[in-house]
Write a protein that binds this ligand. Structure first.
Ligand code: TNX
Length: 503
């Protein structure tokens, strides 16, 4: 099958020069960085059956990998497939890795066998932070599932995985100094399943897998709300559930049982729990947990939540978050928090805000987001009506939620991260993250149906130049259709959205 006129490249590279013809790939000897070369070989073997092997540097090879800082800024690469060999030069190891992800998208089964079009590509990301989030608290996803999610993300050049590790329904990471968290509070989930948790070794295994693929893991311990599960392990740390008339009605509408202090919560409502803000022992607990998480996490970020504390008076929330953002910063990490924490005047300087309001901010959301920037931080943009992968893509979709709206592929594609919160300098936006909350999702196969193809839209928003000629919905929908064969070959259960003209 010949390749279409618009090459199936998502995210679209900064610059693509295409010439007539293809380079057939009868066999693939790969030289260069052993880690990146090995991953490329594995992908080639899985996809093509082309005889592929890693060979020593300087040996004859069809695919020549190298690193040269002159190839561009951080994460940049040049892919040259105009000569006899395919040469990929990364500005750094990450750039080299992204060049190989582009090569995999160029690979197609032509009349001459597996081949690559003759192209020269110069590419670099728009944003430094290109994230996906997986909620392993509402339903637990084990090590293999998280690795599979990382595989999906890196093929689209995402470089951060935010793990939402704790919530009302379960605590998912072993903490040595507070062992009952996982002993008592990990064994359930939103729908009454068995739950689960990561031992520290398993968490380290995820970190290693991520790091080989140039992914930074951002662990989240959600505080002070979303902490009902803490109260199953240590009842004295958590308040009685906060229930307003409105939230009781909402839970009835969701078919969720009401939360009971110290017992598993098997429901999907939010905003009813809080740790005890006026108890010193709460801060001993948080100091230990954040220290242990920081100690085993190599990346620079520590996410401390801050969302949906519906029953917490603003003054208590401020008192708590000023103190806890500092405890987080004192671990040596940069704190990250959901945008509500931007209401806190004295939040630790440099804290990164994660914006989850709508693309047209409501109420105080924009001001809250701005405050992180005033305090020397920056923003990660996750507008829920565009970037939330758990919102239904069509009204009748079997999985997903609707509270932020129905999010078709086109809506996921067409928004501009620097335009959401007005008046900010472009460099106030660290990047983009697409969260997957898992109240309705129990397996990676199910996740795939919600996530694909919309995740590709977010990859392009995060990576591709804003004003590139191909940065249009019409171009995107043609290119994303071209990824279907690779997704099928990888066993990705993507949704054949009617908005895309799948071949
Ligand atoms: C809101 S927006 C949440 C999560 C839910 C999600 C479901 C935000 C930071 N929190 O607790 O899982 O909606 O879409």
């Amino acid at each position: 099958m010949a390749l279409p006129d618009s090459l199936p490249l998502v995210p679209h590279p900064a610059d693509v020069r295409r010439e007539e013809g293809v380079i057939p790939l009868a066999s693939a000897r790969i030289s260069g960085d052993a880690g990146v070369a090995g991953l490329l070989r594995d992908a080639l073997v899985a996809r093509t059956g082309v005889r592929s092997q890693v060979v020593g540097e300087g040996t004859d090879a069809e695919i020549v990998l190298s690193v040269d800082p002159a190839a561009g800024a951080a994460e940049a690469y040049v892919l040259d497939a105009l000569g006899d060999a395919i040469r990929i030069t990364g500005a750094d190891a990450a750039g080299l890795f992204y060049g190989t992800r582009t090569l995999l998208q160029l690979l197609h089964d032509s009349d001459a066998g597996w081949a690559v079009p003759r192209v020269r590509i110069e590419d670099a990301p728009r944003f430094a932070y290109r994230g996906v989030m997986l909620d392993v608290a509402r339903h637990f996803f084990g090590v293999d599932a998280v690795k599979a999610y990382i595989d999906r993300a890196v093929d689209l050049k995402f470089n951060h995985l935010h793990l939402h590790l704790t919530d009302d329904q379960g605590w998912r990471l072993e903490i040595d100094s507070w062992p009952l968290l996982t002993e008592r509070a990990s064994g359930s989930d939103t729908t009454g399943g068995a739950g689960g948790f990561f031992t520290k070794d398993q968490y380290r295994e995820i970190l290693a897998y991520a790091s080989e693929r140039h992914v930074t893991v951002v662990p989240e311990i959600d505080l002070p709300g979303h902490t009902h599960a803490v109260g199953i392990a240590y009842p004295d740390l958590v308040e009685e559930p906060w229930l307003s008339e409105q939230s009781i009605a909402e839970q009835a509408a969701l078919g969720s049982p009401l939360p009971v202090h110290g017992e598993y919560y098997r429901g999907a409502a939010v905003g009813h729990s809080s740790v005890r803000i006026h108890e010193e022992r709460t801060y001993d607990f948080i100091t230990d947990v954040l220290r242990e998480v920081a100690e085993i996490t190599p990346g620079p970020y520590l996410h401390i939540g801050g969302d949906e504390c519906l029953g917490t008076p603003a003054a208590d929330f401020a008192l708590f978050f000023e103190r806890v953002s500092r405890i987080a910063a004192d671990t040596g990490k940069t704190p990250v928090a959901w945008h509500e924490a931007g209401a806190v005047t004295g939040i630790a300087e440099g804290t990164i805000g994660q914006y989850w309001g709508s693309v047209e901010p409501k109420g105080s959301h924009a001001e809250e987001a701005e405050h992180f920037v005033e305090r020397g931080g920056a923003l990660i943009m996750s507008p829920s009506d565009r970037a939330y992968l758990d919102m239904k893509p069509t009204p009748d979709f079997p999985l997903g939620l609707v509270w932020a709206g129905i999010v078709p592929v086109r809506a996921a594609y067409e928004w501009e991260p620097t335009a959401v919160v007005p008046g900010l300098a472009d460099d106030a936006i660290l990047g983009v993250e697409a969260p997957l909350w898992t109240e309705t999702v129990t397996t990676i196969a199910a996740a795939d149906t919600l996530v694909f193809p919309r995740i590709a839209a977010h990859a392009e928003t995060a990576w591709s130049p804003k004003d590139g000629a191909e940065r249009t919905w019409d171009s995107f929908r043609a290119r994303v259709a071209g990824l279907a064969p690779a997704w099928e070959a990888s066993g990705i259960e993507f949704t054949r959205s009617e908005e895309i003209a799948w071949a």
